[in-house]
Structure formats: C-alpha cells, structure tokens
Design a protein around this ligand. Structure first.
Ligand SMILES: Nc1nc2c(ncn2[C@@H]2O[C@H](COP(=O)(O)O[C@H]3[C@@H](O)[C@H](n4cnc5c(=O)[nH]c(N)nc54)O[C@@H]3COP(=O)(O)O)[C@@H](O)[C@H]2O)c(=O)[nH]1
Length: 511
C-alpha cells in the first residue's frame, strides 16, 4: 500500500458516514416522491376508467330502451320477442333483456337470476341495480339496469369494472340539482366509524368527472394502503442500503485500522507535515553561552503524538530513513539559519543520521547541497552506533565531509556499539557522552566513575566533548572540573520550538 492510498482520519470517516446518511435520505425522499406520483397517476387512470365504463353501460341501456319502446307489437308476442332478440344481438355488453309489466313477463338471452338485489337511485329515468357487488370478482353475478318495464342484464365482467383494484372508490352523479351517490363508499362517511379521529381519512384522493355526462368518481388511497407500499419500499431499500453501508463500513474500517498502524501513520506524516523539529541548546559549560543546538524530531497526527523512541526504530523498519532525515534537516536548516541570521550569530546545528545512511552517497549529496545554503550554521552530523558501522566505508565519507567543513560526532558514546576502535579508525571531531554517565554523577554513581577515562580518551584523539543529559548544576560543575567544554540537558533547556530557541538566544547575556 502506498502512502497516497491512506487518507482516512476520524474526521474524514465521520464526514464520509454523514455523506452516506445524507445520500440515503435524499434517495429515500426521491423514491417517496416517485411512489406518490406513481400511485396518484394510477388512481387517476382508474378513476377515468370507471367513468368510461359506467358511461358505456348508461348509453347502451338508454339506446336499447329507446329502440324497444319503438316496437309496436304486443308485449311478449312473437314479434316483440324477436325484436328484443334482434336488438340484444346488437349490444356490446347486455347479456339478457327482461320484460315485466302486470302479469305479462318474458325474457331473451342468458339470464342467471340474482340472489340479492340492491336497487340504486333513480337517475334520468334510469334505475341502476347492482347485484352482489363484492370485493371478490368471482362472486359477481352481474349488473342489472331497469328502464320502465324493461330490465337489462349486464354480465359480471361489466360489474367487475366497478371493483377497482385495491382502492376505495365512490361513483356519484353530479347534475346541477342532484348530487347522487351511486355505488362505492360515500366519501363523507368513510372511516369515521372505524377509526380514531386522529387517523386521516385518506392519504391520497383523486377525483375524475366525465366531460360528456354528470358522472364523477372519487378514488382514495387509505393511509394504511399507503403505509403498506412504503413499508415494501422501506424494506427493499433499507436492505440494499444496509448491505451497501456495511460493505463501505468494512472497507473504511480496514483502511482506518491500517491508517492507525504506526508504519502507515509515519508514511502519511512524511507527506503531510506529521513531523516537526525541536531544538535543544548546546552550551559552553564554563560561560553558559549558547553555541548551537541539536535538532530533535517530533511527530503528531490526528491520532496523537508519538515519542521518537517509538518512531525512530519504525522509520528504520519501513526503510524511510533517508526521506525522513532530509525532511528534518531541511526544516531545521531553514528555521535555525533564520534564527542565526536574525540574532547575528554563527551557530552549530547538530542533527542525527542513521548508521545505514552514513554510507549512502545520496545522503552526502544532500548534506553538501544543504550546507551550501546554511551560511550562518556549522553543521554537525551525529551518528549513533546503535547498529554496527562499516568502518572502512564510513572512513571515506567522514574524510570527505570534514573537507567540506562538516563535523562528525559520535553520539551516545558508551551505549550501543560505540567503541574505542571506531574512535581510532574514524577520526571523529566530537564525542557526545551518553546521559547514562551523567545521571547520578553528583552522587558518585558507579558509571560516572568512568567519566575521567572517557575524557582522557577524547583528549588523546583531540575530540571535543559534549556531555548529554545535564539536569543539575552540581553535574555541570563536576563536568567543568573534569574539563568538559560543552553540554546539553534540561538544566539549560528542554527541546523547544525555533521561536523559543530564538528568544533564548536573545536573552543570552553570557557573551
Ligand atoms: N536519527 C534520528 N534520531 C532522532 C532524531 N530526533 C530524535 N532522535 C533520537 O530519538 C531518541 C529520543 O530522542 P528524544 O526523545 O528527543 O530525547 C532526546 C532529548 O530530549 C533527551 N534529553 C536531552 N536532555 C535531557 C535531560 O537533561 N534529561 C533527560 N532525561 N533527557 C534529555 O535525550 C535525547 C537526546 O538525544 P541524543 O542526543 O540524540 O541522544 C534519541 O536517541 C534521539 O537521538 C532525528 O531527527 N533523527
């Protein structure tokens, strides 16, 4: 994985999930609008269809009645029956004609007697009788229409037209003087008996009136039906959305976890200002004068700070020592060169190098390049022998660096692999005594008893000595007595920002 792929922080994850939530709500609102629009469309079509059917029945019955009234033969005579049969054959819907007046009765066509009859209202000399209109189409027997002494029987498929899908409807006659309910559920009575008053009567209502006649229909979609459709949609969408959200969550979580991994944090930090510099003053012990500083790298990101003891070995493990050192040194030179310039001082700038980079041409090419720009600085490369050094290789680079005015310090002398052989072979300029020798110096700690010998060695090899980790004045005084020229430690200042270091330099009255 490259560092470019690792881009998720806690904040980014939160905004990502907000985005998913927002998208989900928007999609849901859009779908809701589409569903409502679709249901309203369907209702309108059904309402219009209902009107068309009732008009077709109305006109056919009316025309037939007119024709039959023109037959002058005696009711139920042979001629009358033949005429009824002839007219019946010309009808699109009517299935049977029944004549009944006084004690004369006859019929033509196929006619199944109705079990129950519900007579609807008288409209324009028309009596509509719906028989067994029920919610189940297979129960419908038919539709019976009365006109004077004639009765027309329509087949069940015509009645079925009134049983519109799954919606509540009302068909009514809306003439100037009459407003007559025909079939269906009268709107004004709907739900009032069955439901609590807070429950709305309908969620959607569509009205359609004929342009040829006074028939009108009203179709409504009850809240329950509406809810049912939504629940189906919610189920489907939520299922898909939950699955998608879960997959995205897994993906982000995996990335987030890998992002928390220290190696990834450091890689990301190298490209995104995760590292910054602090400076610890280096002091001339006798005078207290600040002669320079050591740059110490720091790291922080959205997950918090990491100690150098934690990230330095990791930088080495992920093979980023050179890019890391370049980043730190470039930043330090830029900041401290400015400090030196503004305080008119020539300063030592000590920086640490990994042993594996010490024998790398690229590293030295970089040092040459930056030293040319650092006019107010004397660069000191500190090398820790926490890994064995290839002495013969290192010698070549040490000599070249020294020719270029760069001084070489052995860091943390007395710890790691640092040894006397290396001092002899590598021609160092400076020896930095590890702080373990300074700790307890004022109390005659055992390790401190080695100090005079270390100082003798440094004299023998003409090395400057810097004592690290000086915390107390007593330690400083003993070191001065032993002849140590330079030192650093909390007594003089903890690692600090460039601006604090500048302020410290300005306050330095030791000169
Ligand atoms: N290759 C690089 N190594 C680096 C770099 N920056 C830091 N380091 C190495 O990390 C180790 C830990 O460093 P740090 O936590 O910054 O500790 C240093 C000082 O803060 C600390 N110190 C200084 N004075 C005192 C003191 O009086 N008391 C006390 N208890 N601690 C003190 O000691 C560390 C000094 O570091 P060094 O002189 O280099 O030994 C450490 O090994 C750093 O080298 C980097 O940029 N590159």
């Amino acid at each position: 994985m490259t560092s470019k792929e690792i881009t998720y922080t806690k904040k980014e994850l939160a905004s990502f999930f907000r985005l998913i939530g927002g998208t989900f709500i928007c999609v849901w609102l859009l779908i809701s609008a589409i569903v409502i629009w679709d249901i309203a469309n369907e209702l309108t079509e059904d309402a219009e269809e209902l009107i068309e059917r009732i008009e077709a029945v109305h006109y056919e019955g009316r025309a037939l009645a007119k024709n039959l009234q023109g037959v002058s033969a005696a009711p139920c005579s042979e001629i009358h029956r033949k005429a009824m049969l002839k007219f019946l054959n010309q009808q699109a819907f009517i299935q049977a004609i029944n004549y009944s007046a006084g004690n004369v009765a006859c019929e033509v066509g196929t006619y199944a007697p109705f079990d129950t009859q519900r007579t609807l209202h008288h409209i324009e000399h028309f009596d509509l009788t719906i028989n067994s209109l029920s919610a189940r189409p297979e129960d419908i027997v038919g539709l019976e229409v009365n006109h004077g002494d004639y009765r027309f029987i329509y087949p069940s498929k015509v009645s079925a037209a009134f049983l519109l899908l799954n919606v509540d409807f009302e068909l009514y006659f809306d003439a100037e003087t009459v407003n007559q309910h025909l079939i269906g559920m009268p709107l004004e009575h709907r739900y009032y008996d069955e439901h609590a008053s807070w429950w709305p009567d309908y969620a959607l209502l569509v009205k359609s009136c004929s342009s040829n006649s006074a028939y009108c229909s009203i179709l409504t979609y009850s809240p329950r039906q509406f809810l049912g459709v939504f629940i189906d949609w919610i189920g489907a969408i939520s299922g898909i959305a939950s699955l998608a959200a879960y997959l995205v969550y897994r993906l982000l979580k995996r990335r987030y976890q890998s992002r928390r991994d220290i190696g990834h944090r450091l890689l990301y930090g190298l490209e995104n200002q995760g590292f910054y510099c602090q400076y610890q003053p280096i002091i001339e012990l006798k005078t207290g004068k600040i002669v320079g500083c050591e740059v110490l790298a720091r790291f922080r990101d959205d997950f918090g700070h990491l100690s150098p003891y934690h990230f330095i070995p990791e930088i080495s493990a992920i093979k980023q020592t050179l890019p890391f050192t370049r980043l730190i040194v470039e930043q330090a030179i830029s900041e401290i060169n400015q400090v030196a310039e503004s305080t008119s001082k020539q300063l030592k700038l000590n920086f640490n190098v990994f042993p594996q980079d010490f024998i790398n041409d690229q590293f030295w090419a970089f040092v040459d390049e930056v030293s040319a720009k650092s006019h107010h600085l004397n660069l000191v490369v500190e090398i820790t022998e926490d890994q064995p050094l290839d002495i013969s290789e290192s010698k070549r680079y040490t000599e070249q660096a020294q020719k270029n005015g760069i001084r070489i310090a052995m860091d943390d002398f007395g710890s790691g692999y640092s040894n006397l052989l290396s001092i002899q072979a590598l021609n160092y300029d400076i020896l930095k005594i590890d702080q373990s020798f300074i700790r307890g110096l004022e109390n005659d700690a055992i390790v401190s008893s080695l100090l005079p010998n270390i100082i003798d060695i440094s004299r023998k090899y003409e090395l400057d000595v810097v004592a690290e980790g000086i915390e107390h004045e007593a330690q400083r005084d003993i070191l001065i007595e032993l002849g140590v020229q330079l030192g650093q430690g909390w007594l003089f200042g903890k690692p600090m920002s460039a601006s604090d270091f500048k302020a410290l330099l300005r306050d330095d009255r030791s000169e």
